[in-house]
Design a protein around this ligand. Structure first.
Ligand code: UGA
Length: 429
């Protein structure tokens, strides 16, 4: 099939590439001409495991191309996906201006029937607004259908999530676009749920909010574990073996971050409020998440007492492993709090240091994780990178003035660490 994706961020670029990988002909559009140039030249503006290889392969096969022209994108395909940002506004509501602009641009370029699919995360009832906008701005007065098709990929695992999805959600207002949508997704061999547009839009916000709730739940349980001498990892495993609960997203830590959960939670709370419902449960999820960070900082200050004049090594800057993304990263938040307390920081991240440099100033960036501990008073693990498990613990222990580690992601085994001579503090254990 011929498909167009508007927006080449994480969602748009990975989606377009995976569509090409299963045999569709895909044109990716972005209004940022400089970014399009990079992509046309074989560059990839983001780090995502496996993506660069797939882009190269599909460009070479003639199935994937890039353009800055929305008109070209609309002309070349019958199905047009919108994957542009929906950033938060100061009051928690969603800025819909990118979606609205793209809808107008598509409308202006349409000369025959098109299916316009929204992939961006949007408030419920956005489909209706997009349809109204297209109808108003379409000079050719041609027929069209609007579809909601939310995306569930995780950064760092985006290619994997896209190629092997748990489910595909397709929200429609009429049956006409269903056959084409099934054809788009047939190669992915996943269950396809056909529903109305409002339900499809709600599925996305309800899913992300539920996952955030799951994390806050286990973080709350971790507080209880610390108070009672239980081990949160054992509790999570015991809970998670119940298929109704599941083990995933039950890892206690310093809280969730990133460009999705915090934003989507605020948006969902706002949407609920606008619909006349006070979603207090989700406000508590936010509250627990904020407290989790406070509690971790307190753990550090209670042990080290005064941070002024102390040097702390921080492992991890990205909001999670396998990404270079530092947006709303708990690790960056933690660094800023430690700096505010007067600490000097030596930091390292396997992929996120370039992006961190723009937001985290006045710290020493260390290229080799095994050199971070040199001259530090303590070591902090802030992101769950698997690489950190390979840290040379003996070398780090000797390099520190005192062998203290605060593990905000429970990467190491507590008993093992104590045996090795560490003063080891983690979460809920
Ligand atoms: C999230 C969802 O998982 C995706 O399904 C969704 O498509 C995406 O948002 C989106 O809306 O675009 P993502 O933000 O990439 O994906 O990352 P996650 O893997 O969900 O992690 C989010 C945060 O939760 C990270 O800070 C991570 O460290 C934290 N987390 C995750 C925990 O603290 N504990 C866990 O058990 C799992």
């Amino acid at each position: 099939m011929k498909l167009t994706i508007i927006g080449t961020g994480y969602v748009g670029l990975v989606t377009g590439t995976c569509f090409a990988e299963v045999g569709h002909h895909v044109v990716c559009v972005d209004s940022d001409a400089a970014k399009v140039k990079v992509l046309q030249g074989g560059g990839i503006p983001i780090y995502e495991p496996g993506l660069a290889e797939l882009v190269q392969k599909n460009v070479a096969a003639g199935r994937l191309s890039f353009t800055a022209s929305t008109t070209e994108g609309v002309e070349r395909s019958d199905v047009i996906f919108i994957a542009v940002p929906t950033p938060p506004q100061p009051d928690g509501s969603v800025d819909m201006s990118f979606i609205e602009r793209v809808a107008r641009e598509i409308a202006g370029a349409m000369t025959d029937y098109k299916i316009i699919v929204d992939k961006s995360t949007v408030p419920v009832r956005t489909g209706d607004k997009v349809a109204e906008t297209i109808k108003r701005y379409c000079k050719a007065k041609v027929e069209f259908d609007v579809v909601s098709n939310p995306e569930f990929l995780r950064e760092g695992f985006a290619v994997e999530d896209l190629m092997k999805p748990d489910r595909i959600v397709v929200g429609v207002r009429a049956p006409r676009p269903v056959a084409a949508m099934k054809q788009v997704y047939e190669p992915f061999n996943a269950p396809i749920i056909i529903t109305d547009i409002n339900s499809a839009e709600l599925i996305k916000h309800a899913s992300n909010s539920f996952l955030a709730l799951k994390i806050s739940y286990i973080n709350a349980v971790s507080v209880l574990c610390e108070a009672t001498g239980a081990n949160v990892q054992e509790v999570a495993t015991g809970m998670g073996l119940d298929e109704r609960i599941g083990r995933r997203f039950l890892n206690a830590g310093i809280g969730f971050g990133g460009s999705c959960f915090p934003k989507d939670l605020s948006a969902f709370i706002k949407i609920s409020e606008q619909s006349g419902y006070d979603f207090r449960l989700l406000k508590e999820v936010q509250h627990i998440n904020a407290e989790q960070m406070e509690r971790f900082v307190k753990k550090i200050t209670e042990t080290l007492w005064v941070l002024k004049g102390k040097t702390i090594g921080v492992l991890g800057l990205t909001f999670k492993q396998n990404t270079d993304d530092v947006r709303s990263s708990p690790a960056i938040d933690l660094c800023q709090r430690l700096l505010k307390e007067g600490a000097t920081l030596r930091v390292h991240d396997p992929k996120g240091m370039d992006k961190a440099r723009a937001v985290l100033l006045d710290v020493t960036y260390v290229e080799d994780m095994n050199e971070v501990a040199a001259g530090c008073d303590a070591l902090v693990v802030a992101t769950e990178w698997d690489e950190f498990k390979q840290l040379d613990l003996e070398r780090a222990r000797k390099a520190l003035t005192h062998p203290i580690m605060f593990d905000g992601r429970n990467l190491f085994e507590a008993q093992e660490m104590e045996k090795l001579g560490w003063i080891y503090k983690s979460i809920g254990r």
